[in-house]
Design a protein around this ligand. Structure first.
Ligand code: ATP
Ligand code: MG
Length: 393
C-alpha cells in the first residue's frame, strides 16, 4: 500500500525511537477500498508526553491529550496520534468514564466500532486485521466488534455511524448488528444534537442515501427527525445532486429541522422550500421577476430544482430566470436606475413615501409599463406626485 509521505514521516520517526506505530481506522479502511483517505490517524504505544517531545520540531496541538491524542502537523497535514487505549465504563451512552493507556495493540483495536474500522497498517507488519475487517470490507458488510448491543449501549452514536457508513460506502449492516441497533435506538435521545446533525448531514450528502433512509424508517431510528419517504420523495433524492438544503427539505420532518443544529442560512432555505413548495411560478418574465425580487437568484433556482424533483415541469421558468439574470434585467430595488436621493431631489419629502415610490417604480419596471431608464423613471415620479397630491396622501 502506498502511504502519503507525511504519514510515512510520522511512522518513521516513532519507529526510529523504538516505538510502535500504525495507521489505523478509517484511513486504512479507505486504503483497502482503493479510495483516497480523508484524515490520517496513527495509533502508538508511546505516551502523549513522549509524542509531544518526539515531534517538538513540528507544530502540535494537545486538545485531545487527556484522551491520549496529540495532533501533529507534518507539511501542513494534520495527523492525530493516539496512544493505545482502553475505555473504562461509559456514562450517558456516549462518553467513556475514563480511559486507560495500554501497550497492547489488540486492546486498542477492540474498543473501535466496526470491524472495517479496526484495521491498522505499517510497512513492517502490513495490515493487522484482528477482527476480519478485510473480509467484511470485501463483503461490503458493517459489523460491530464484540457484542453489538453492549457496544451501542456504550456509545449510541455508533448507531448513526453505521447508517452513515452504509450510505457513504454502499455497504449493508450485518444482521445481529441490525437487531442491536433496533433494540438500542431509544438511546439516541442521549446523543447531542450537534453529533446527530453531523452524521445525518454526512448521510444525506452521500451518493446514495435512499436505501439507508428506508432502513432507518423501517427500524424506527430517528423517527422524530426523519420522515417516511414516499416513492416520489425517494426518486427525488435519488435524482438530486447532493445539495444539503434540498435533501434536508425532502427527508426531514418539521420538528426534525428544529431539533437539528443546522446553520441559520441552510435552515432558512429549507423553510423557504417548504413554504413555497406549492407556489407555482407562472411561465412569464413578470412572474419570474416578482419571485426573484421576493427571494433571490440562488433561492429561486433552488426552489425550481426542488419543485422539479417533486414532479413539476418548470423548465420554461428556469430558462427565464437564467435569461433575466444573464441580461442583467431589473427585478430588485438596487437594480433600479434611480435611488432615494434622486427622488428627494425631485421634490418628494424625505421619509416613508420615498420607499413607497421606489417600490411602485420597481413594480412598473417588472411589469414592463416603464423602462428602467432614469428619464422614464423620473417622469413616472412626477406623475405619481400629482396622484399623491390629488389623493391627499
Ligand atoms: P471518516 O472516513 O468519516 O473519517 P472514520 O472511520 O475514519 O471515518 P473517524 O471519526 O475519523 O471515523 O474515527 C477514526 C477511527 O476511530 C474510526 O475508524 C474508529 O476506529 C474509531 N472511532 C471513531 N468513532 C468511534 C466511536 N464512536 N466508537 C468506537 N470507535 C470509534
Ligand atoms: Mg477518519
Amino acid at each position: 500500500m502506498k502511504l502519503p509521505e507525511f504519514a510515512q514521516k510520522a511512522l518513521a520517526l516513532i519507529e526510529a525511537n523504538s516505538g510502535e506505530a500504525y495507521l489505523v481506522g478509517g484511513c486504512v479502511r479507505d486504503m483497502v477500498m482503493g479510495k483516497t483517505q480523508n484524515d490520517i490517524d496513527i495509533t502508538t504505544n508511546m505516551l502523549p508526553d513522549e509524542i509531544e517531545e518526539l515531534f517538538v520540531r513540528y507544530k502540535t496541538l494537545d486538545v485531545g491529550k487527556k484522551h491520549g491524542t496529540i495532533t501533529v502537523f507534518i507539511d501542513d497535514n494534520p495527523i492525530e496520534i493516539t496512544t493505545y487505549r482502553i475505555e473504562g465504563g461509559y456514562e450517558d451512552n456516549r462518553h467513556p468514564k475514563s480511559v486507560h493507556f495500554t501497550n497492547r495493540l489488540k486492546e486498542d483495536l477492540s474498543r473501535r466500532d466496526f470491524t472495517m474500522n479496526a484495521l491498522c497498517y505499517n510497512d513492517k507488519s502490513g495490515i493487522v486485521d484482528e477482527f476480519y475487517g478485510v473480509r467484511d470490507i470485501q463483503n461490503r458488510c458493517i459489523r460491530a466488534i464484540g457484542e453489538p448491543k453492549k457496544r451501542f449501549g456504550e456509545d449510541a452514536l455508533r448507531i448513526l455511524r453505521a447508517f452513515r457508513f452504509m450510505a457513504q460506502l454502499d455497504f449493508f449492516i450485518e444482521e445481529s448488528t441490525i437487531s442491536a441497533i433496533y433494540e438500542c435506538r431509544g438511546l439516541l435521545k442521549n446523543i447531542s444534537p450537534e453529533r446527530v446533525t453531523e452524521e445525518v448531514t454526512k448521510l444525506l450528502l452521500s451518493n446514495n442515501p435512499v436505501g439507508t433512509l428506508l432502513l432507518m424508517s423501517e427500524l424506527h431510528v430517528l423517527e422524530n427527525i426523519l420522515k417516511p419517504l414516499s416513492e416520489i420523495e425517494q426518486n427525488a433524492i435519488e435524482n438530486s445532486n447532493p445539495t444539503l438544503e434540498i435533501r434536508l427539505a425532502i427527508a426531514l420532518k418539521k420538528e426534525g429541522l428544529e431539533s437539528l443544529c443546522v446553520d441559520k442560512k441552510t435552515k432558512a432555505r429549507v423553510k423557504m422550500l417548504w413554504d413555497n413548495q406549492h407556489f407555482k411560478i407562472n411561465p412569464d418574465k413578470q412572474s419570474v421577476k416578482q419571485k426573484l425580487n421576493e427571494l433571490s437568484y440562488e433561492e429561486v433556482l433552488l426552489l425550481l430544482d426542488y419543485q422539479a424533483l417533486l414532479g413539476e415541469d418548470n423548465k420554461v421558468q428556469r430558462n427565464l430566470v437564467l435569461e433575466v439574470e444573464q441580461n442583467g434585467e431589473c427585478y430588485s430595488l438596487k437594480q433600479l436606475n434611480i435611488n432615494g436621493d434622486e427622488i428627494v431631489l425631485n421634490g418628494v419629502p424625505k421619509g416613508g413615501k420615498v420607499g413607497e415610490i421606489l417600490r411602485i417604480l420597481l413594480d412598473n419596471v417588472i411589469s414592463g409599463r416603464v423602462e428602467n431608464e432614469k428619464s422614464a423613471l423620473l417622469e413616472c415620479v412626477k406623475n405619481m406626485q400629482c396622484v399623491v397630491v390629488f389623493r391627499g396622501l
